[in-house]
Write a protein that binds this ligand. Structure first.
Ligand code: FAD
Length: 301
């Protein structure tokens, strides 16, 4: 269907933003500038990823704890099964609960590059097991991952959908999707979820791309396809970051508005700790900073 004009007066969608825990002081400053910029948009929650194999455990915890103590935001901590015993994972979760964190994004996680996934002998084997385990730890709100293009290691489309259903039946209340660029792929996935009796929100994960080469590498690893037309739009722009950002913003803005026109009213943004594209796209979706919304003022410039 055609994309309607952005009107800015439709009831704005609910947003959530994903960050990754910073590795250096410079990246920490960048993350916090990003958080401050996006905070005013009053997202429903902001999530902080957990590095491969739990390698960022301390940094994820520190970032989430600081979100609790220094911002008005509701944090969600990502937690994975890889390489840890159930007791260790439960302990991490308990510390989150004690720090005031009430929302966890429960994931299996990936093995180190090039290795096959082998569950820890005393661990949670899959995300569905983790969800069940976390429900025993405390009354967390739990989100899980969903794959419109099917998880690369799934036995098949239907097996992967069964797995999503198991995660929700185990106590998760929402799924967040792997990012995708073909809106039709997501809408068909929603239809399959509904046909399978899934009623929980399947929130689309939106990845605003301004670095094509990086996004293409990452997409190849996680099973998200990059349509050829995106490659063509970025051709010849390697040394032109400004145009790449504008192109990336337009691609993502058209994507979210097409989704919005199809009734989607909740979006999860992979910010990569950079606020600008997400901020601009949120505005196009009709989401304004709190002060603007309160005064109703939209002064020029
Ligand atoms: P699961 O739901 O456990 O599924 C994994 C695979 O196993 C699927 O193919 C599934 O079909 C299959 N499967 C499930 N149960 C069984 C079974 N009983 N028998 C056989 N096969 C089964 N990774 C990180 O390391 N840190 C993060 O912070 C992080 N955040 C993410 C956030 C989102 C929104 C998404 C979409 C992904 C994220 N990931 C993260 C990546 C994720 O860890 C990987 O995609 C991982 O490979 C799968 O995790 P999962 O939770 O979807 O696994």
């Amino acid at each position: 269907s055609a994309i309607p004009m952005p009107r800015g007066d439709l009831s704005p969608p609910l947003l959530s933003f994903e960050f990754f825990p910073p590795r250096t002081d410079a990246l920490e400053a960048q993350l916090w500038a990003c958080i401050r910029r996006l905070e005013g948009l009053r997202p429903r929650f902001v999530s902080v990823t957990y590095g491969a194999g739990g390698t960022t455990q301390a940094r994820t915890h520190a970032t989430v704890a600081r979100l609790v103590s220094e911002t008005s935001l509701t944090p969600a901590a990502h937690l994975t099964c890889v390489g840890a015993a159930r007791g260790e994972i439960d302990e991490v979760a308990r510390r989150y609960w004690d720090a005031g964190v009430r929302h966890i994004v429960a994931l299996r996680g990936d093995p180190p590059a090039g290795q096959a996934y082998v569950p820890h002998p005393n661990g949670y084997a899959y995300a569905a097991d983790l969800v069940a385990g976390l429900r025993r730890v405390a009354d967390f709100e739990l989100s899980v991952a969903a794959y419109p293009e099917t998880h690369p290691q799934a036995a098949g489309q239907d097996a992967d959908l069964d797995n999503l259903k198991r995660k929700l039946d185990a106590g998760a209340t929402r799924a967040i999707t792997q990012y995708f660029f073909d809106t039709g792929v997501y809408l068909r996935f929603l239809d399959r979820c509904l046909a399978a009796g899934i009623t929980a929100p399947i929130v689309p994960g939106i990845m605003p791309v301004s670095n094509y080469a990086q996004a293409a590498r990452f997409s190849a690893m996680c099973g998200a396809s990059m349509p050829d037309w995106i490659g063509r739009l970025f051709e010849g722009l390697d040394d032109d970051i400004e145009t790449r950002r504008m192109v990336g913003a337009v691609i993502a803005a058209e994507q979210v508005r097409l989704l919005q026109a199809n009734g989607v009213d909740e979006f999860h943004f992979y910010t990569l700790n950079r606020p600008d594209l997400t901020y601009a796209i949120a505005r196009i979706l009709g989401v304004r900073p709190a002060a603007d919304a309160a005064s109703g003022a939209e002064g020029p410039g």
